[in-house]
Design a protein around this ligand. Structure first.
Ligand code: 9UX
Length: 72
């Protein structure tokens, strides 16, 4: 079964920022889908919790150069 997580992502200013966040998250194992909304500073991720957890996803977004926080 898959889980869903919503992150606040601070620092994205253009569509290419969102693209790089999506690409990095989708490269992780266990990601079903990642949708990044640059206008609302949000990233919605569907994932398989047996393979990846929210902290790993959060750190991956941080590593791209933004400040990610788990919202729900
Ligand atoms: Mo756009 Mo984002 O030129 O780091 S890619 S601001």
């Amino acid at each position: 079964p898959e889980s869903k997580a919503l992150f606040s992502v601070v620092g994205m200013t253009c569509a290419a920022c969102a693209g790089s966040v999506e690409k990095a998250v989708k490269r992780l194992p266990g990601i079903r889908e990642a949708v990044v909304d640059v206008m609302n500073n949000r990233a919605q991720v569907m994932f398989y919790p047996s393979f990846v957890d929210t902290e790993t996803i959060r750190e991956t977004i941080d590593d791209v150069g933004f400040q990610a926080t788990l919202v729900e």
